[in-house]
Design a protein around this ligand. Sequence first.
Ligand code: SF4
Length: 378
Amino acid sequence: MQTAPPETVVIERSVAQGPLAARLRRSLPGARFELVDQLPPDAAGDPSVLGLVRFRGRFLRSCPGTRHYHCCGYQIVHFGTQCSLGCTYCILQAYFQNQGLRLFGNIEDLFEELARTLDARRDCLFRIGSGEFTDSLLLDPWTGFSEWLVPFFADRPNAVLELKTKTTHIDNLERLDHRGHTLVAWSLNAAPVRAREESRGASLAERLEAARRVQSWGYPLAFHFDPMIDIPDWQRHYGEVLERLFQAVDPARVVWISLGAFRFMPELKEMIQARYPRSLIAYGEFVRGLDGKMRYFRDIRVEFYRFMADSIARVDPGIRVYLCMESDDVWRDALGFSPTERGGLPALLDSAVQTRLGVGRDCRRSAVDGAAGELGVA
Ligand code: SF4
C-alpha cells in the first residue's frame, strides 16, 4: 500500500533551490509546483497539497511532556508537520487544526544543528525520533528524506534514529548503509481498532511484511502499541497481533516495544466526534489524569500492560517493554518494578540500545535527563 503522492507542491522561494525542492521536482513529474514568498502559517489543509517552507526554530527538541509521569527521554528531529493518514485519535488534529502537510525545505540547517548538538555532547546517548509531528515515512517515496537521515546517523557513535510509521514506505531504506543506528518502528493495534480508527494506515499484514523486509536488510526494529483501546475481547485481539508479530520478525531484532493506553486532551473529544462519527474511541469511561488528559481507569490500564508485558516476555524477555506516560505505581503493578528503582526510564532505554545494538557504549548518560516523550503519534 502506498499513500497518494501530493498533487500540488507550494514552495517558499527561500528554499526553492535546496535539495529537498530539487528531489520533489524529480520525483513528482506530474505535480503542479507553485512558488510563493511565504506560506501563511494557517494555510488550510488539503491533503493533496504539500507546502515546503523555511523553518526558523529549533529542529532538535525534547517532546513536550509532563513531570507527573515517567517519560522516555526521547528527542524529536522536527522535519515537518501534519499527516494525511487521518487516525481518529491523532493529537495532531488539535495541534495543527486545519493546517496542511508541510515539510521544512532548509534541511542543510537541520543537519548542521543535529551535527553541532551531537558533537557537543559526545558523552551522551541520543535517542532521536522523527515520527512525532508527522509520520516518519509518509512522504519518503517522494522526498527521499531517509536517504539523508539514515547515513547521517550511521556515522554517529552517540546516536540512534527511530523512524516510526504506519505505512509501508520502506523502499528507500533497502540500500542504505545504516550500521544498526536506525531502528524502524511500526505502530500496531488490534484488528478492529486498525479497521475503524486508522483505516488509511497500512493493514497489519502489510506493516508486518514491511517489518520483515527491513529486518532482512539488517535494520533493528521497534513497535508501539499506542493507543491501546478498550474494545470487547481486547485480550484475544491484542494477543493475536503479538502472535502474528513474532511469526513475522525475529524477536532478537526487536529493541523495544512501548505500551500506552488511549489518553487525550479533553478538547480532542469533540473534534473526534465531529470529524469521525463512526469512531467509538471517545465513548469509553475516562478519568482525568494529573496532566489534565483523560485516560482509562487505572485497573484497565494495568490489565492491558500486564497482559502485553507477560506475553512479550514469554517470547523474549530481552525485549525492553516500556510504558508511555505512566506513574511508578502503575509500572510496579503492571511490570513488577518502577523505572525509579532502576535508574529512570531514559537509562533503561539507553541500556537497550547499548546491549542490543552496541551503540553508545561509551556514553555515560542519556542526552535528555527525565525529559518527556508524549506525542507518540505515528
Ligand atoms: S497518529 Fe500518526 S499516522 Fe495517524 S494521523 Fe497521526 S501522525 Fe498520522
